[in-house]
Design a protein around this ligand. Structure first.
Ligand SMILES: [Zn+2]
Ligand SMILES: [Zn+2]
Length: 326
């Protein structure tokens, strides 16, 4: 006789043959199995598994693994998990979505939620990339509020080294691309995203206007769309502040940029503009415009620093392309 341990993911299989192999390092063949095994990892309080299966571009990703694992563990210990319902699963090439309801309670209160999770495959492995909370709990909400995320290009991808081509016409395809870029930028909590970063070698980037507030936290404002931007009249005054890039996950470094710049560009409605940008806005514009010329912010660091970074970046590219993002 053998004691049966049903898998917490609700598959009605034994844990040993269901989620346990994944928790021990086997790669789930699809995003649905990854989703189920992440749920059972939450139930069993296995924060290492959550960390190891989170995409580095995810808003949840943190370099401070210790604090991150502790907060996952706190969530696991503070929740009574009742049931997982899968409502929807879609997969296309390297992207997938799973919509599900988790029935749970916290401190005796119902904390059931429905989420649409996005997954991306890096090399042979699937990773959790972001989640969108759905209103209410009804399964018929699955088709609403669809996020359309684009696969990101990462350090080492050739498209990030190319000089992007000018846009000759604002077509409906271009408008769709811009919408998807904005959703991708927001889902990754970015403040700027250039078309080459989503595998389109076009002179286009989007920016969510950073608004400096009194507090330390920067708030994000409306979106600007820059088509065929031309930068001029760089201020002589420069300043230095840290930058990160969705294409180089986990890395940040201070970059010196001119404080002000004038930009001539076309917006999505076809109108041309000439505007002066200052501070953070100018910084985002310099960073994104560089992407259109195949330049990454790491190329703007001092040569000595670039030399020291080389092994790290080569390793990062290898890890991402082998699907060993961590
Ligand atoms: Zn399972
Ligand atoms: Zn970037």
């Amino acid at each position: 006789m053998k004691l049966i341990h049903p898998c917490p993911c609700g598959s009605e299989q034994e844990y040993d043959v269901c989620c346990r192999p994944f928790h021990r390092g086997a790669a789930p063949e699809n995003a649905l199995l990854l989703m189920r095994s992440r749920y059972s990892a939450y139930v069993l309080n296995l924060p290492e598994y959550i960390v190891a299966t989170t995409h580095p571009a995810s808003p949840q990703y943190s370099d401070d693994k210790f604090t991150w694992k502790r907060s996952i563990s706190r969530f696991s210990r503070g929740s009574s998990f009742l049931r997982l319902d899968i409502l929807d699963f879609k997969e296309q090439d390297t992207l997938a979505t799973v919509t599900f309801t988790v029935h749970l309670s916290q401190r005796g209160q119902d904390a059931t939620f429905t989420e649409k999770s996005h997954f991306e495959k890096l090399g042979p492995r699937w990773f959790y990339r972001s989640g969108q909370l759905m209103q209410g709990k009804a399964p018929n909400l699955v088709t609403t509020g669809q996020l359309r995320l684009l696969p990101l290009a990462y350090y080492g991808d050739a498209v990030l080294k190319e000089k992007a081509a000018p846009i000759v016409e604002i077509t409906s395809d271009l408008k769709k691309l811009v919408e998807e870029m904005i959703e991708t930028m927001d889902a990754c909590e970015g403040i700027g995203l250039a078309a080459p970063q989503v595998h389109h070698s076009l002179r286009l980037f989007v920016m969510r206007k950073p608004m400096e507030t009194d507090s330390d936290r920067m708030e994000l404002g409306e979106v600007n769309v820059f088509i065929n931007p031309k930068l001029s009249q760089f201020s002589e005054e420069t300043w230095e502040a840290p930058e990160g890039c969705l294409s180089i996950p986990t890395f940040r470094a201070a970059v010196k940029r001119p404080k002000e710049v004038t930009v001539e560009y076309t917006s999505l409605d076809g109108k041309t503009h000439k505007e002066r940008f200052i501070g953070w806005e100018a910084k985002v514009i310099f960073h994104e415009n560089d992407h259109l010329d195949g330049i990454l912010f790491t190329d703007r660091l001092e040569l000595k620093q670039q030399e020291r970074l080389k092994p790290f970046l080569q390793n990062l590219a290898k890890r991402i392309h082998d699907g060993r993002a961590l």
